[in-house]
Design a protein around this ligand. Sequence first.
Ligand code: HEM
Length: 144
Amino acid sequence: MKKFLYTCCLFLGCLLGAQAQTLSAPESLYQTLGQKAGITALMDEFVGRVLQDARIKHHFKDTNAQTLKASLSDQICQLSGGPCKYEGADMKAAHAEMGIRKQEFHALVEDLQAAMDSKGIPFAQQNRLLALLAPMHRDIITER
Ligand code: HEM
C-alpha cells in the first residue's frame, strides 16, 4: 500500500510539474535571441549578407554598415522585449524615396532567415521575430 501511494504521488507530481511547465510564461524573444550580444552578432551576420545580396545591395551603396547594424540592433532589442531604446527614424521616414519593391523586401527577409539559421536560432523563434517585422512592409514597400 505504501509503495502504491508513493507511486501515485510520483505520478501526480510529474503531471503537475509538466502542467506548471506548460503554464509558465514563455521565455522572452529577447532572451532567446541571446540578449543584446546575441542580437548584435545576428545583425552583424544579417547586414553582411544584405550587403552581398545582388538583389538588394545597390540600395546600401552609400550606407555606413556599422551605423545601420547599431540601429537595427537597438530596434530588434526593443521589439523583442529587451531594455534598449531605438532612437532612429520611423520605418516610413527611413525608407521613403528608396522605391523598395515587394520582392526586395522578401529578399531582405530571406537574408535575415539565413542569418538566423546560421546562428542556430530555432524555427519557431525565427517566426516570432518575423511576425514582429512583417507588418512593417506597409511602411517600407513603396513600389509595386
Ligand atoms: C522589416 C524590414 C526592415 C527593417 C526592420 C528595416 C530597418 C531599418 C532601420 C532600423 C534602419 C535605420 C534607420 C535609422 O537609423 O534612422 C534602416 C535603414 C535603411 N534600410 Fe531598412 N529595414 C527593413 C527593410 C529594408 C529593405 C527591404 C531595404 C532595401 C531593400 C532597406 C534599406 C534600407 C536602407 C538603404 C537604409 C538606410 C541606411 C542609411 O542610412 O544609409 N530596408 N532600415
